[in-house]
Design a protein around this ligand. Structure first.
Ligand SMILES: [Zn+2]
Length: 169
């Protein structure tokens, strides 16, 4: 089922998600729906708060559904180490049409649980690293506009207010 994606400034997007403690069928259904929702919007990552569920769950698939081996489910994820820097364009399904450069670590090592509750560690570089950082930020209620420079953030917020006035947001 394709879920409704909340747009900025919905207050749920700014909340810290609660840890997941039950690894049950309800969680599996939510994860399946989150992948379907991400694919329907051509998104490489989606965090549970974006579909109105304030929990520490995110799904990532850099192949946009083309390669099942690239499907990643991160539950209760945390960044263990980060190295280097990159400054690349990002978008977010909660900010349709907005693409801006954001500063991120080049490489991160993360720890997370899978949908069965098993802990694993994984490294990501470049795009995957950006995706890990962007999605884990969502679980802390941090949106990518708050990773932009102050100038870019205010320009982006002004653009969103204009779209809201025109009824296009
Ligand atoms: Zn996002």
């Amino acid at each position: 089922m394709v879920l409704k994606i909340l747009k900025y400034p919905d207050p749920i997007l700014s909340e810290r998600g609660a840890p997941v403690t039950e690894f049950d069928d309800e969680l599996k259904k939510l994860i399946a729906d989150m992948f379907e929702t991400a694919y329907a919007s051509q998104g490489i990552g989606l965090a549970a708060p974006q579909v109105g569920v304030s929990k520490r769950i995110t799904v990532i698939d850099l192949s946009l559904g083309k390669d099942p081996e690239q499907r990643l489910v991160l539950i209760n994820p945390e960044i263990l180490t980060s190295e280097g820097k990159q400054y690349e364009e990002e978008g977010c399904l909660s900010f349709p049409e907005i693409h801006e450069k954001v500063s991120r670590a080049f490489r991160v090592r993360i720890r997370a649980q899978d949908e069965k509750g098993e802990w694993f560690e994984m490294d990501g570089e470049e795009l995957l690293s950006r995706c890990f950082q962007h999605e884990i930020d969502h679980l802390d209620g941090v949106l990518f506009i708050f990773r932009m420079s102050a100038l870019k953030r205010s320009l982006t917020q002004r653009r969103i207010r204009k779209l809201q006035r025109e009824g296009e947001w």
